[in-house]
Design a protein around this ligand. Structure first.
Ligand code: FE2
Length: 173
């Protein structure tokens, strides 16, 4: 599978993180650089890898169409306020996509070229590891447009399976 839930939750409160500046925004997602004031979320990784993951906060709302992230290979998402959404993953049936340009570019796929393989509905304080080299989307489960706020650790260097091994070392998987 392309996603897995870590075996422990971490509760994050509004004052635990300091949003510093807007890094990237595209569509309905805004990423902020941030400072971890109290939690040390990087404790889920062995110390020797911690400086190779970037720490960001993103805020998103409404639907995010199926896409593959550019550059980033894995995201470890700490769902501060997940809203009422399902994250879905797909296999590519026909590789037809459009390339979204810009700093946060990536490949966007029409759903007809994909086969849904699974998904999850995150609850507050849960932590999920995502293989963002696979097409994924976020679908609202209610008609109210709720903001999702997620603290994320991202790597562009390690594969999903490598990160699973890292997290097993700290006991979070
Ligand atoms: Fe993504």
């Amino acid at each position: 599978m392309y996603f897995i839930q870590l075996n422990r939750n971490i509760e994050i409160l509004p004052n635990d993180f300091n949003k510093i500046s807007e890094k990237i925004s595209y569509g309905n997602i805004v990423y902020f650089t941030t400072e971890d004031l109290t939690i040390n979320v990087k404790r889920i990784l062995p110390e020797r890898y911690r400086n190779q993951f970037s720490l960001l906060i993103f805020e998103a709302y409404e639907r995010i169409h199926p896409h593959i992230d550019d550059i980033i290979t894995v995201s470890i998402n700490f769902y501060v306020s997940p809203g009422n959404y399902e994250t879905k993953f797909y296999d590519i049936v026909t590789d037809q996509h459009i390339y979204r340009t810009g700093k946060a570019g990536g490949r966007v796929f029409p759903k007809r070229n994909l086969k849904e393989v699974g998904g999850f509905i995150a609850k507050p304080n849960e932590i999920w590891l995502l293989d963002v080299t696979k097409p994924h989307s976020v679908e609202p489960l209610s008609s109210i447009s709720e903001i999702r706020q997620v603290v994320t650790l991202q790597s562009s260097k390690y594969s999903y399976n490598e990160v699973i091994e890292m997290i097993k070392e700290t006991g979070y998987l």
